[in-house]
Design a protein around this ligand. Sequence first.
Ligand code: AMP
Length: 408
Amino acid sequence: MTFHSLGLEPRLLKGVEAMGYTEPTPIQADAIPHILAGTDVVGCAQTGTGKTAAFLLPTLQRIPTREGLKALVVTPTRELALQIGEVARDAARFSGHRTAVIHGGVGYEPQIDKLRRGFEIVVATPGRLLDIHERGEIDLSGVEVLVLDEADRMLDMGFWPDVRRIIRLLPERRQNLLFSATLSSGVLRVVQSTLHEPVRVETAPATTPVDRIRQVVYPVGSQQKSQLLASLLAEVTDDGRVLVFTRTKHRADRVQRVLQRSGVSCAAIHGDRTQAQRQRALDGFKDGQHRVLVATDVVARGIDVDDITHVVNYDLPNTPEDYVHRIGRTARAGATGHAISFLAPEEITTLRDIEVALGEVLACEDLDGFEYGDRIVPEADRPATRATRTVYSSGIQRRGRNRRITRR
Ligand code: AMP
């Protein structure tokens, strides 16, 4: 399978080559021919599957240059908007399409200046796009292709009313592409109300993480999590890049402080940080200045860094979907990755929900040499279905036991 055989024109193939892509990913192979044919498409794909190029390349081929705005990509976060904008610019390097990116958290003027210079494709977060439209700075009446990226996230974040308002500003006749990591009932309702006889393409069932990720659970008392993290980081080789997730912003800040005190170079990124702070943290992580990035789920989707070797769930996420999104940040671009979830006793029910959604039981392991205090280790033969009610009853493990890494 080649990009050429999917029907892409030479001007886009040159862009693909310059981006260093040699063959299409599965979602690209599936989606590109349908999009080129003008069909509405629902793509069920996580970040990391190559979905951005899957919708951008054929969209660029379908729209003219120098005739004003023809394609609109709506995405939930600034980070995603910036990343998609970057891919769009790279992909369009030889096609002549111009990209504008619109997102909140920064001044209006530079964005408006850019818009006045002309563009064919806009990548935007919903609120700022509406603001700029209300100021009369963008005309959406020529849009031929609408992409709703990370539709599930936009619903979760309460952006749907804004997205609906945007859709009402578009011409009725247009092509609609919707991408989402999960196809929840909310997303399916959106599909029904917005898309016209869509074709569905998917890489894998929504909650199945990539096979290349080795997932393990480290049972630990909640008081020992930061110690365990520090010991774990000491074991990860120097070229390892580690993304740590916490449940709250406050905990992210705390973990960052603890790690910095123990001499680990790290940054934190969450919803309370300004756009500039987030970008600085991400850049520092990307260029290797920080080995560790601590983040919350709100910003997880914006983290598009290829060589993350380990994702550590310092706290388990509340939903299986977030678990899949988090661990999907590792094992990108063909590499293998590790996903390690710290499990405090109060998180056992959450783990169970995740395992039921995954349809598999995750192996519990111990970090070699770590002095564990009180904790609860789940039964190894717990079921990954909801049908039975056997649960975790192995009791408390005492200090000093299970010091070797053992698979249960
Ligand atoms: P995405 O799922 O769009 O966030 O893409 C994930 C990563 O895969 C990005 O870093 C892309 O640059 C990379 N990528 C996308 N398509 C390909 C491809 N065909 N070959 C190699 N890398 C790709």
